[in-house]
Design a protein around this ligand. Structure first.
Ligand code: HEC
Length: 154
């Protein structure tokens, strides 16, 4: 048994003892956690995007830092943040569509595609503006593909 699954088991046991109020808190916390991860994606991607379109000057160190953060973020084990019952039909404050929970294999594939795109950006970002720009499309596309399928419009 891995540490992660043992931790998940403990968390579940805790929910069953504490009852529905704590369960609601756990759902709200999980939603906040995953939205926070998404915000960190957006912050770091935003820096790369601003350089790509010339809104701020290209800086190899800054680009590498943002790309490194994206690569790291996309390798987090975020499984516990997507608890059943935390979809947009069941609770408020989330835009995660219920379809996400019916298509976990595809969600995993889209997360893998993002990890591949962030790794490519991590290799490219410090190698000049053109290399960064070339990696931008696939990276933005990996974010967008998942949002199109599993995120409700604002
Ligand atoms: C595997 C699917 C998936 C991938 C890949 C993905 N997202 Fe998301 N994203 C979601 C879902 C689902 C939500 C809605 C989460 C919620 O509201 O609970 C979301 C929400 C967001 C939000 C809104 C957060 C908030 O505070 O409500 C932002 C910003 C965001 N994503 C940015 C990104 C960026 C940038 C990338 C790529 C670097 C990315 N996402 C990749 C699925 C994904």
């Amino acid at each position: 048994m891995t540490i992660m699954t043992r931790f998940a088991g403990l968390a579940l046991a805790g929910l069953m003892i504490a009852g529905p109020v704590a369960a609601q808190d756990a759902v709200a916390d999980a939603i906040k956690a995953r939205q926070s991860q998404m915000r960190l994606y957006a912050f770091n991607l935003g820096q790369l995007g601003a350089m790509a379109k010339g809104a701020i000057e290209y800086n190899a160190d800054q680009a590498s830092a943002a790309a490194g953060n994206l690569a790291l973020l996309s390798t987090l084990n975020a499984g516990a943040m997507w608890v059943p019952g935390s979809d947009s039909m069941s609770v408020s404050n989330t835009r995660a569509l219920p379809e996400l929970w019916d298509n976990m294999a595809d969600v995993g594939a889209k997360a893998q595609a993002l990890a591949a795109a962030t790794a490519a950006m991590n290799d490219a970002a410090g190698n000049g503006l053109e290399a960064l720009q070339a990696a931008m499309g696939p990276l933005g596309g990996a974010c967008g593909a998942c949002h199109k399928a599993y995120r409700a419009p604002e």
